[in-house]
Design a protein around this ligand. Structure first.
Ligand SMILES: Nc1ncnc2c1ncn2[C@@H]1O[C@H](COP(=O)(O)OP(=O)(O)OP(=O)(O)O)[C@@H](O)[C@H]1O
Length: 357
């Protein structure tokens, strides 16, 4: 744990003690061997995730968000290789856990009881021939929990999610609408009372109204169950309604991190500004967003210097030669751009803030 400002990694959690950090990620990399060469899909990521926050991880498709989030559960798919450190700090001062060193049996416990994950496409996460009740009871049994007490808790969570517990528990997955299934899956994720909920595009398949309603339910759930939520999406407008902090990913690394308001009004990385400009009104549906121009990065090709320079309107010679380090813009706000001091002039954000938040 850093006790002073860490200029090497650029983390800024000097003011926080261990009780306020849930995950500490250092020098994290995920690599796949491919027939084109080594594919680095997470590159040298450093990140602290704070207890009881909602952290939004945003970036275009293929930027490494899912890979990063799966390292938090040591769940990168084979044959991916994960290196670096992912340290989990249990509540109440329990011993830190080095997630990448857990055995299979330790991981099984860790994944449901400490950290639960809700993936996109709830449809494929349920066994179609098993009633919803069976999914809950099996999860409780697998983890040696009292099934009656657990089912009572499940009913309470389903009610908190505005679902009729008996109807949902007795249903087969195909009998529920997409929004109901997604909420049932969130309830299943919470039934073992985890500390952290990792949600990877959990609302992607839902209509706008249902997305918004799930976001508002998540805000309530977070308070009621003292959760830390990590929410992954390429839908920046949606994220601004939910996240306390944002981490912006570009080319398999985090290029900017800070409080949501700070990022919305004072984004310091040109890529974040491009994302915000591609979203002129954060109240419009994501389908109406313009996409960021230029080719997406290829994880097999290491671009020299700043990986954003081929698409960056501010890039000059120096950006092609050295990789910009993460630097502190203001307390809690870090960015990796040589020209973060010039970004206001070069790429002004709309000053009225209209449409934001
Ligand atoms: N099983 C795999 N083997 C090798 N490379 C993979 C595998 N799965 C994903 N990748 C690559 O890893 C990179 C990061 O993918 P990842 O799914 O983490 O991106 P993402 O930002 O979550 O995208 P999306 O928003 O589309 O889910 C991409 O280049 C992708 O092609």
């Amino acid at each position: 744990m850093n006790s002073t400002l860490d200029t090497e990694t650029g983390t800024d959690d000097a003011a926080r003690d261990e009780s306020e950090v849930v995950f500490e990620v250092r020098d994290l990399e995920v690599t796949f061997g491919t027939n084109r060469g080594e594919s680095k899909v997470v590159r040298d990521v450093d990140l602290d995730i704070h207890r009881n926050e909602t952290l939004g991880i945003v970036g275009e498709s293929g930027s490494g968000k899912s890979m990063l989030s799966s390292t938090l559960l040591n769940a990168v798919v084979d044959p991916g290789e994960t290196s670096g450190e992912v340290t989990y700090y249990p509540p109440d001062g329990g011993d830190p856990i080095s997630v990448l060193d857990l055995s299979e049996s330790e991981l099984k416990e860790f994944r449901w009881e400490e950290v639960a994950m809700v993936f996109q496409g709830a449809m494929s996460s349920f066994n179609p021939v098993k009633r919803v009740r069976g999914h809950f009871s099996e999860t409780l049994e697998d983890h040696n929990r009292d099934v009656d007490a657990g089912m009572d808790r499940a009913r309470g969570i389903l009610e908190d999610l505005y679902l009729d517990p008996d109807r949902v528990l007795n249903a087969y997955p195909y009998e529920l609408s997409g929004g109901m299934k997604q909420r049932a899956l969130i309830a299943l994720g919470l039934v073992l009372e985890p500390e952290v909920l990792v949600m990877d595009e959990p609302t992607a398949a839902l209509d706008l109204l249902m997305q918004r309603s799930i976001i508002s339910l998540l805000r309530d759930l977070k308070e009621e169950y003292d959760l830390t939520i990590i929410f992954i999406t390429h839908d920046l407008p949606l994220l601004t309604k939910l996240a306390d902090r944002l981490a912006v990913m570009y080319a398999f690394d985090i290029v900017e991190v800070g409080d949501t308001e700070e990022i919305l009004y004072h984004a310091a990385h040109p890529y974040t500004r491009m994302l915000l400009q591609a979203t002129p009104d954060l109240n419009v549906p994501v389908e109406e967003m313009r996409s960021v121009e230029g080719n997406k990065p290829d994880p097999v090709i290491r671009i020299p210097g700043c990986s954003y320079h081929p698409r960056c309107p501010m890039a000059d010679e120096s950006c092609t030669q050295a990789e910009p380090p993460m630097v502190m813009r203001s307390p809690g706000h870090r960015t990796a751009c040589f020209y973060h001091d010039d970004v206001d002039e070069a790429m002004p954000l709309r000053s009225d803030g209209e449409g934001r938040r």
